[in-house]
Design a protein around this ligand. Structure first.
Ligand code: ATP
Ligand code: MG
Length: 242
């Protein structure tokens, strides 16, 4: 532990081929913090998460974990540095049992099966069924649980709430807070339910057209109508023409 930020992103640009989707993004997060990434559809949130996880090449910029620059942007290097992604499609092994989904990902020092069940008690009676037989909310719990057994330093959660009723999301988001508090990991949380996300996040950035148009303490953004409008719609915040 260096006492400095756990995650630092400097001047990150990301996209597809020559097409830049995210331009020059900076982010600093201390251990145990939840950083919300908000913004309308197509803003570049998933592109950012895939790039941090090493699944898309960086077009420019650098990523540091615990003060160490990630030399390579490959998935294995990102994973070794402790960046673990919960993708928006959850990517579970649907024919494997819930228990097997957890044990194949398990890494020394990660959450144990008991700890995962303590965090998500709804999974306890479901450990022996195939992941594909779970409800949407249970699948999301399993996707987060599978990330936790890998001992993440930086947990990247893309759209925890995809396809879930708001009442389920309301139950899941406090668990995100608890994970950051218990493990000291940074959680980067992409979330469409802006108000719910700002309730659990420490800080947030609002991405519009791949640029950060607002960033600051979550409570400040929650009290700022223009920031909320940008987070939902991107309205009124289109970048000035270059
Ligand atoms: N595989 C791809 N190839 C080319 N362009 C892509 C690809 N995937 C996404 N894009 C483009 O990148 C931009 C950002 O997409 P991205 O999926 O990162 O947005 P998002 O903020 O996650 O949106 P949503 O809220 O809908 O999930 C969009 O204009 C999208 O069309
Ligand atoms: Mg997305």
């Amino acid at each position: 532990m260096t006492g400095g930020p756990l995650l630092e992103v400097r001047g990150l640009a990301a996209g597809y081929g020559a097409v830049r989707v995210v331009r020059s993004l900076d982010l600093v997060a201390e251990p145990g913090t939840v950083v919300g990434v908000l913004g309308p559809n197509g803003a570049g949130k998933t592109t950012l998460m895939l790039t941090l996880a090493g699944l898309l090449p960086r077009l420019s910029g650098e990523v540091l974990v615990d003060g160490k620059v990630l030399a390579s942007a490959r998935p294995a290097a990102a994973n070794r540095a402790g960046l673990v992604l919960v993708p928006d499609d959850r990517s579970l092994f649907s024919t494997l049992l819930v228990r097997e989904n957890l044990t194949v990902a398990n890494r020394p020092g990660g959450y144990t099966l008991d700890e995962v069940v303590d965090l998500f008690p709804a999974l306890a009676p479901r450990l022996g069924v195939p992941a594909g037989a779970l409800s949407g909310g249970e699948q999301q719990m399993l996707a987060v649980a599978r990330a936790l057994v890998q001992r993440p330093r930086v947990l990247l959660i893309d759209e925890m709430s995809m396809g879930l009723a708001p009442v389920i999301v309301e139950g899941l988001l406090p668990v995100v807070r608890r994970i950051a508090d218990e493990t000291g990991a940074v959680v980067v949380l992409v979330e469409q339910h802006v108000r719910l996300a700002l309730e659990v996040a420490d800080r947030a950035v609002v991405l519009v057209h791949g640029e950060v148009v607002r960033s600051g303490p979550a409570a400040e953004l929650a009290a700022d109508p223009e920031a909320l409008e940008a987070a939902y719609l991107g309205a009124g915040t289109a970048p000035a023409p270059a």
